[in-house]
Design a binder for this molecule. Sequence first.
Ligand code: SAJ
Length: 406
Amino acid sequence: MTYQPESTKICVLGLGYIGLPTASVLATKGYQVCGVDVHSHVVETINRGEIHIEEPDLDIVVRSAVGSGRLCASNTVQEADIYMICVPTPTNVDHSPDLSYVEEASRTLRQVVKKGDLIILESTSPPKTTREIVAKLAIPEGLTVGGDVFVAHCPERVLPGRILLEVVQNDRVVGGVTPNCAQKAKEFYETFVSGNVYATNDLAAEVTKLVENSFRDVNIAFANELSILAERWGIDAWEVIELANRHPRVNILTPGPGVGGHCISVDPWFLVHSEPDHTPLIRTAREVNDSKPDYIVRRVEALAKQFNRPKIGCLGLTYKPDVDDLRCSPSLEIVRKLVANDIGDILVCDPLITEEQFSDLPLFSLERLLEESQILVLLTDHKPFYNIPKNILQEKVIVDSRGIWR
Ligand code: SAJ
């Protein structure tokens, strides 16, 4: 049976960066969607047709989905045919996974799940979460997995800043706890995804997602290590990478101030935590990337010594360019460490961040920051920072962690 949007109800648990775009896209495809979130302000905002997160065009899609009557938000789970779990899966301080949100969502589902329903875990999760947590906690007694209720993992793969496009266009991997669970999930995704949908088992789908982000983390760690070597040798790391990438089988990513966000800096730990004795490379990559902010701080400190309490202008706070997301941001970490080490007056500019999001220091306009700073530290390569006139840059001491002013 293929799912018919007009006669299929969907309940999306968690209305964050994945849940809200997914729920609103499904509503625009004709499904009747209820989004559930524990935060009342999120529910109220969405029911007004507004959004609580920044993502290009999401405001338009949510307004239209709510206006059409096909998307509503609630604090409590609603009965549906398909349940999608899109809750956070963070790590604890010791890097072990915190699965409390998945557990809570699964327990909640147990009250409403009935024969024939499909449950999908979209949250990026450690190996075996789908079978050992979701399938165990969400299925009411007396119902079987694969016979009565279908449980699958379909990891989200969208890139912040391009979510609405990628949620539809990306290829998807659906992993079923049983083969018919995978088949059901594949049929559902094929109703709204234009990319290919590949069916496998739940564990393979979980590991596929973790491998994608770990691959990127390891590659960025390689670039970051290379940038430190290049600086020691007085050569340009970005030039070396560009030249090496001219080789048909080499593709090195770009060095930066470290790796942030809630995905690539978190997900590799799920692999390390599952198999600590067999993941030295993945662990080391995490450590290399996590140590890069301190390296930048030490660079700035060394350069600051030539001044008597310099004004240090820091450009960018978010974890990557052109998003307003501060989660696990190395740029933010660097600014906070520079302030704590008290080596000068720290001026900060980030055109995408409001004073509500960052209240540690006043936020400067780019013009004022350029006027007042002796040292410029480029941390996040937002578009406006590319256009700073060369003559202004030439007057300053520069730490360009992203290589945009070379
Ligand atoms: N970064 C570098 N150098 C690079 C690329 C990235 O330093 O060459 C840094 C960024 O500045 C940022 C961090 O890495 O701090 C992560 O940024 P990103 O753009 O690589 O990835 P995310 O975290 O925004 O989204 C990733 C994506 N995964 C992959 O590309 C394999 C996305 O497709 C996933 O859906 C998302 O993680 C997720 O939710 O898991």
